[in-house]
Design a protein around this ligand. Structure first.
Ligand SMILES: Cc1cc2nc3c(=O)[nH]c(=O)nc-3n(C[C@H](O)[C@H](O)[C@H](O)COP(=O)(O)OP(=O)(O)OC[C@H]3O[C@@H](n4cnc5c(N)ncnc54)[C@H](O)[C@@H]3O)c2cc1C
Length: 337
């Protein structure tokens, strides 16, 4: 089993987790960052990458995906170690005052401080309620497209009616043997331009729209998917021969692990002292959507300020006895050329 040691472990690579890495770096605190998603950006990447945000100071209008890129670039000089696609599951106190965090992949991180930037919880795809689903997951059933080429010349069924389903149907129609889109409503929830492209490709016969229908069953052997059975709302079924099912039903947040770490909570949020960012156990801090206190505003910009506050407190935990002289970034600069 691999055990990593670091100054601080940040749970969540959303916008606030990324800015926490920057703020920690400015006060000489090294970070490992854990996120259940396979990419950074939290809600911005997972839920609304193409939406413009209008209330980030200094950016009258910035796409969520562009903000994530800039936050990543801002954190990069401090060389954070990312553990992506991995859930932080357990947290136990070490006799020397450090924390030992257990990860879903069996690895562990031992750190002086823990900073929760875990938002609405660990993101996981919403899975369709189909018998035998597990045996096909990763071989014939997927919830994202890590490598587009893997679907070349394949017969693909795409389920869902949002941006991901529509965008991937359009993209994969260029390389797949066949793309069928299954959606339980007659209209899609994608941005209008994308929906128009989808309908045009359907008219040209390059994509088959199997609507309104929903997933009913999977057929195959030994983890090898052979067909997806769909049903109309009246219960009439149809068999779609398929090598892969891509199910895009969105994500759900699981606050489960953090809720089990014996922290004072208000509902799904960790109660902090806003003057320090500290949660109810020593050495644990929280910022962003996961934290609460009187007057809390659930905004990205609020999370950024909370990240700065937490980082300064973490400095005192990681470097006990070393005075932290407050310096502006204009004076301190950042590492690198
Ligand atoms: C459609 C939409 C539009 C929005 N528009 C705006 C806007 O205009 N302006 C604004 O300020 N805010 C907006 N928000 C809110 C904003 O997105 C959130 O305030 C922000 O994402 C919070 O950032 P965060 O880093 O705290 O948490 P998140 O972005 O939720 O990131 C938390 C990350 O932690 C990970 N995580 C949690 N628990 C674990 C665990 N145990 N192990 C591993 N990983 C874990 C999750 O997978 C996730 O990636 C919007 C939200 C939505 C949904």
């Amino acid at each position: 089993m691999r055990v990593h040691e670091t100054d601080a472990v940040v749970v969540g690579a959303g916008p606030v987790g990324l800015f926490t890495v920057f703020q920690c770096g400015m006060v000489k605190v090294r970070c490992h960052v854990v996120d259940a998603l396979s990419h950074v950006g939290g809600q911005l990447s997972a839920l609304y990458p193409e939406k413009p945000i209008y209330d980030i100071p200094g950016h009258p209008r910035i796409l969520a995906s562009a903000l994530v890129e800039r936050l990543s670039a801002q954190a990069a000089p401090f060389e954070p170690v990312f553990h992506l696609g991995v859930t932080a599951t357990t947290l136990t106190a070490e006799p020397d005052g450090r924390w030992r965090m257990g990860l879903g992949n069996g690895e562990e991180i031992v750190a002086r401080a823990v900073i929760l930037a875990s938002g609405g919880g660990a993101f996981a795809p919403k899975r369709p309620p189909l018998d035998g689903l597990e045996q096909y997951e990763g071989s014939g059933v997927f919830y994202s497209v890590p490598r587009r080429e893997a679907f070349r010349d394949k017969r693909i069924v795409i389920a869902g009616g949002g941006d991901s389903a529509v965008d991937w149907a359009i993209s994969l129609s260029e390389i797949a043997a066949k793309v069928s889109v299954v959606h339980r409503r007659p209209r899609f929830r994608a941005v209008p331009g994308a929906e128009a492209d989808l309908l045009r490709l359907a008219e040209q016969g390059r994509i088959e729209l199997v609507i309104p229908t929903q997933l009913h069953a999977l057929e195959g052997h030994d983890g090898q998917l052979e067909a997806v059975i769909v049903a109309t709302l009246e219960g009439e079924t149809r068999r779609l021969p398929a090598d892969a099912l891509l199910a895009f039903f969105g994500l759900s947040g699981d606050v489960g692990p953090v809720a089990g770490w014996e922290l004072a909570m208000d509902g799904h949020c960790v109660i902090i002292d806003p003057a320090s960012g500290a949660a109810s156990r020593p050495g644990i801090f929280a910022c962003g959507d996961i934290c609460t206190y009187p007057g809390k505003l659930r905004l990205i910009l609020t999370g950024f300020a909370e990240a700065a506050r937490a980082a300064h407190s973490v400095h005192d935990v990681v470097h006990p006895g070393a005075a932290l002289h407050f310096v502006h970034s204009t004076t301190a600069g950042v590492p690198g050329p």
